[in-house]
Write a protein that binds this ligand. Structure first.
Ligand code: CTP
Ligand code: CA
Length: 225
């Protein structure tokens, strides 16, 4: 895709984007993971770079080539993603959490491969709750003007759930994906409603993930002033 013709309205801005999905180890060969492809996060990183930003992309388990003009930090677990994002957030004007973060991890990780015992039932895997990175970012903005952006896939009362999540996480923008056939996971297209703290929601019709990305950067640029 041709990325020319965009405004350079993020020139001199440092942005951090997380992408992909975290994996939580059960033992040396197995993990709990999710289906996030990283396509939306990569589209955000590409378009931000095209609009002049200095981009750090924190990529969790993504099988995509590094986007031109971004510094890529590869991570696997939620703990690693949290460390990389919070470190990069220190000097950032904008942080976008597009990664699908595992809500839970195995409470303990086995150092050796778990074996089938002689026909017996397996031990249950006890889970522990992961830290909420987006909520942490919202709580401890490094500057009052830092812009924090979250993503959410909601069903049922999508707008009410999204509004509640925006408030709970203390973020400026929340991109609510419409979950449906041919949308979201692993597809090049997306459709979204961007909820804005203290403002009216913006609808992005179904189209390439770059369209959602550009709508986010338009709103971010307006907030940065
Ligand atoms: N997120 C995060 N840390 C977590 C979980 C989620 O930073 N431990 C971020 C995601 O990257 C996303 C946003 O929070 O930007 C919303 O994720 P979502 O899974 O929709 O929110 P949850 O608070 O986990 O709520 P739910 O129970 O609906 O999964
Ligand atoms: Ca979640």
């Amino acid at each position: 895709r041709v990325l020319s013709g965009r405004p350079r309205d993020l020139a001199g801005r440092k942005v951090v984007v997380s992408a992909g999905g975290t994996r939580e180890a059960i033992d040396p060969v197995r993990y709990i993971g999710n289906r996030s492809s990283g396509l939306q996060g990569y589209a955000l990183a590409r378009t931000a770079a095209a609009r002049g930003a200095e981009v750090t992309l924190v990529a969790a388990n993504v099988a995509l080539p590094d986007p031109a003009g971004a510094t890529v930090v590869r991570v696997e677990s939620t703990a690693e993603l949290r460390e990389a994002v919070l470190t990069a957030a220190g000097a950032a004007d904008v942080v976008v959490m597009a990664a699908a973060v595992a809500d839970f991890r195995p409470a303990t990780r086995s150092d050796s491969k778990i074996k089938k015992s002689d026909g017996g039932e397996p031990e249950p895997i006890r889970l522990a709750t992961n830290p909420d990175i987006l909520a942490e970012l919202g709580e401890r903005r490094t500057t009052p003007s830092q812009v924090i952006v979250g993503f959410a896939a909601e069903t049922d009362d999508v707008l009410a759930n999204g509004r509640a999540k925006l408030a709970r996480k203390g973020c400026d923008l929340l991109v609510v994906n419409q979950v449906g056939p041919g949308l979201a996971f692993g597809t090049p297209d997306n459709a979204a409603t961007v909820l804005v703290a203290g403002g009216e929601p913006v609808e992005v019709p179904r189209g390439p993930k770059e369209d959602v990305a550009d709508a986010v950067w338009d709103l971010v640029a307006a907030r940065l002033g």
